[in-house]
Design a protein around this ligand. Structure first.
Ligand code: MLT
Length: 275
């Protein structure tokens, strides 16, 4: 069932490759016409995180789902990059698909780290910012060490061993087998070099916790009531510091709100975009 759904969605969408700033090929799934909405997946996922959003939101928006370097069909090109490089990749996507437009940018988790960086580097091109299941602060020492350990395990022993039981942190305990298996399928399709590069980049990401008050673009913050990576209480604390923000905590979901609570996610996002 999950597989049939994925195939049907990809068939309706256009999957395009564009050139990134370093000659890297970026894969973008695109569907619909209207104001542009860019959806950026988290780690270790790909554009399939957004299938329900592509289906629902492309009725009113041009929905673009770029894949980050090394994920899905996007090229890794170099073994190391920074989160700022990924933000510059997104700017290439905007320039290609919506050169004369401000865009709404939604990033989930690692995609949120990229969205913060995009705001810092290219914020003049944003109409709306949506930060889903993410956080503004950089890692502490322990977090950084954990990421570098995962990077090393990936390179030595492969993706499956490096990821271990990470899926338990991504989906809520009550999530269906279909949701859980779709997450595992995405996770296990990520090459070890991509795991290592992404973890290294995240370990070195900039800290935006002290800059939240500078964000003046309309902002929606979303998390799941069972998300242990971006818990509701901690999320509320930082979201409150963004003057123009709304927070929505979705029921029956953990870290993968777009697939665990797709209707609530889409309704929340659409009413924010249409306000
Ligand atoms: C993600 O979903 O992108 C990751 O949980 C982000 C992280 O490892 O901090």
């Amino acid at each position: 069932m999950a597989g049939r759904r994925i195939n049907r969605m990809v068939a309706l969408s256009h999957r395009l490759s564009i050139l990134g700033p370093r000659g890297n090929t970026l894969s973008v799934v695109a569907q619909g016409e209207g104001p542009t909405l860019i959806l950026v997946h988290g780690f270790p996922l790909d554009h399939r995180l957004w299938l329900s959003q592509v289906e629902a939101l492309s009725k009113t928006h041009k929905v673009l789902c770029p894949e980050l370097r090394g994920f899905g069909d996007s090229q890794l090109i170099e073994p190391q990059y920074s989160i700022a490089d990924l933000a510059d990749d997104l700017e290439k996507v905007r320039q290609h698909f919506a050169p004369n437009e401000k865009v709404a940018l939604c990033g989930l988790s690692m995609g949120g780290y990229v969205a913060f960086e995009y705001w810092a580097r290219h914020g003049q091109n944003l109409s709306h910012l949506i930060l889903a299941n993410t956080k503004p602060n950089a890692d502490g020492e322990q977090g950084r060490a954990g990421r570098l350990a995962m990077a090393q395990t990936a390179m030595e022993n492969g993706t499956v061993e490096a990821l271990g039981n990470m899926v338990d942190k991504l989906v809520a305990s009550g999530s269906s087998e279909t949701i859980r298996n779709a997450a595992i399928e995405m996770m296990q399709s990520v090459p070890p070099q991509t795991i290592a590069a992404a973890q290294t980049a995240m370990s070195q990401r900039n800290d935006f916790a002290q800059r939240l008050k500078e964000i003046d673009v309309p902002t929606l913050v979303i998390t799941g009531c069972e998300d242990s990576i971006a818990p509701p209480t901690a999320t509320q604390a930082w979201a409150n510091q963004i003057a123009s923000s709304n927070l929505s905590v979705l029921e029956n979901s953990a870290h993968l709100t777009p697939v665990e609570a797709p209707e609530a996610f889409n309704t929340t996002l659409l009413s924010f975009l249409n306000a």
